[in-house]
Each structure stands twice: as C-alpha cells, then as structure tokens.
Design a protein around this ligand. Structure first.
Ligand code: PEP
Length: 252
C-alpha cells in the first residue's frame, strides 16, 4: 500500500512569538507542494493558537509536543485533547526521549496517552529509541521491543494507521551526526519486523520515521533506506531553508 511520507518538525522549547510566526510565514511563502507527503509542525503549546490562525488554508498540519490522558479535572499543568482540538491540532507527539528523561515518562504513561489519543481521533507520533550505553551493550533491539510492546499494549488494529513510530537513537539527537546508515537500516527493519509480529496480517501498520540530527545534507541518504517513511526533525526545523529543503527531498 502506498502511504504518504512524513516530515515532522519538533520545535521543542525554542523560539518566541515573533520568531515562531516569522518562521511559519517564511515556510508558507515557499509554497511547497505537499503531494504524497504529510508535513507537520509542533511548536510550543503557547504559540499553537497564533500559528493555527496562520495555517488556515495551508496544507501544513499542527501538532502538540505532549498531551494528557484525561478529559479534564485536577491535573495541574496538563492539557487535554479537546483543548488541543480547539487550537487546531490534529497530531500529538508522545514519548519523546527528552520527556522520558527529564519528566520521567514511562512506557505505561505513554501507552495511556496513545490509547486516549487514538480514541480522540488524533494522529500520533510515538517516539522510541535507545541510549548510547544501551547501544554499546548490544541492547538496542531489546529496548525497542520493550518500548513497542508496552506502549502499544491493547491498541486495536483499527487505530494503527493513525500512529507513526519515530525511531530516535537518543545519542544522535542534537549531536550533529547520524548513525551509520546500515545501523539505521537494521533498526528500521527490526521495528518493521516486530510490528508485523505484534499485528500479523495487518495492512495498515504504523509508518516508521527516523529522527536524530536530520538535516538538508543527510536527508537524501536517509530517505534512500527501506522502511524509512519520513523524518522527525529538531534543530533543522528551526531554519526555513534547511526545513524546506528537507521537505523537498522527502517529497521528490
Ligand atoms: C528530536 O529531538 O526530535 C530531534 C530529532 O532533534 P534533532 O533533529 O535536533 O537531533
């Protein structure tokens, strides 16, 4: 089945209101053709509303960088799916390694967030990946298998087409260099193989995208790999030219 490629921009906790709106304006001015490709931006929560107004009539889609697993109530500092819908979000990012490390998010919490997001009809980018130490000890596949098993627990087949797996080796994020292509290939093949094991005979398995120091100079080699359905971009998504060049490469 032919599926759209994905370019997902994770702005993290960067930019301010002026630089955020300037960046979106610049991207929109490039008038990129998004045929057969989903392009999604995830700004900080507080700029979603302003950016949503700018994206009306555009093909760029909006995501949050996090969400909670309850509708409302005594959950100080959290944000619900309905709130995100009000701000124009159709996507949520769940399980980013920075949230696992700094906010102590567990696979169990991530699982609840994915289940809730699916029921609320959101598209989900669900991040997984090993640390440097885990890779050095040869534990990459065990870690990834565990993250997939625990976080996708009880998720029905009918929701899988709304989920994208973002494979991000933690040690490659923000490092300026990507792993050997053969290692990226091997891990994407493993993820694809394991998804087929969890969901046998399923023709709408999650797409798998790579993240970690993707930029305009390495995008073509990453996209030449099998089982790579797109990219998750951090730093380079804050630069209009680099980001648009990535979108053009993925879309060609
Ligand atoms: C990320 O943290 O999601 C990411 C991909 O960051 P960078 O591109 O800066 O490595």
């Amino acid at each position: 089945m032919d599926r759209n490629k994905l370019v997902f921009a994770n702005w993290k906790m960067n930019l301010d209101i002026n630089s955020s709106t300037k960046l979106i304006k610049e991207i929109l001015c490039r008038n990129l053709n998004y045929k057969n490709i989903d392009v999604v931006v995830a700004p900080p929560f507080v700029y979603l509303s302003e950016i949503n107004n700018m994206l009306k009539n555009s093909q760029l889609r909006l995501s949050s960088q996090n969400v909670f697993y309850n509708d409302n109530g005594a959950f100080t500092g959290e944000i619900s799916h309905e709130m995100l819908k009000d701000l124009g979000c159709e996507w949520v990012m769940i399980g980013h390694s920075e949230r696992r490390i700094h906010l102590f998010e567990t696979n169990e919490m991530i699982n609840k967030k994915i289940i809730f997001s699916c029921k609320k009809d959101f598209n989900v980018i669900f991040c997984i990946g090993e640390s440097y130490e885990e890779r050095q000890k040869g534990k990459t596949f065990d870690v990834i298998k565990n993250q997939l098993n625990e976080s996708l627990k009880n998720i029905e087949n009918k929701y899988l087409h709304k989920i994208v797996i973002g494979y991000e080796p933690i040690w490659a994020i923000g490092s300026g260099s990507i792993p050997d292509l053969k290692d990226i290939q091997e891990t994407h093949n493993f993820i694809n193989h394991h998804l087929n094991e969890i969901y046998p005979n399923c023709d709408n398995l999650p797409r798998i995208v790579y993240g970690g120091s993707v930029d305009d100079s390495n995008i073509d080699s990453i996209m030449s790999l099998k089982n790579v359905d797109g990219v998750l971009v951090g730093s380079a998504s804050l630069d209009c030219k680099k980001f648009c060049d990535i979108v053009l490469s993925v879309g060609k």
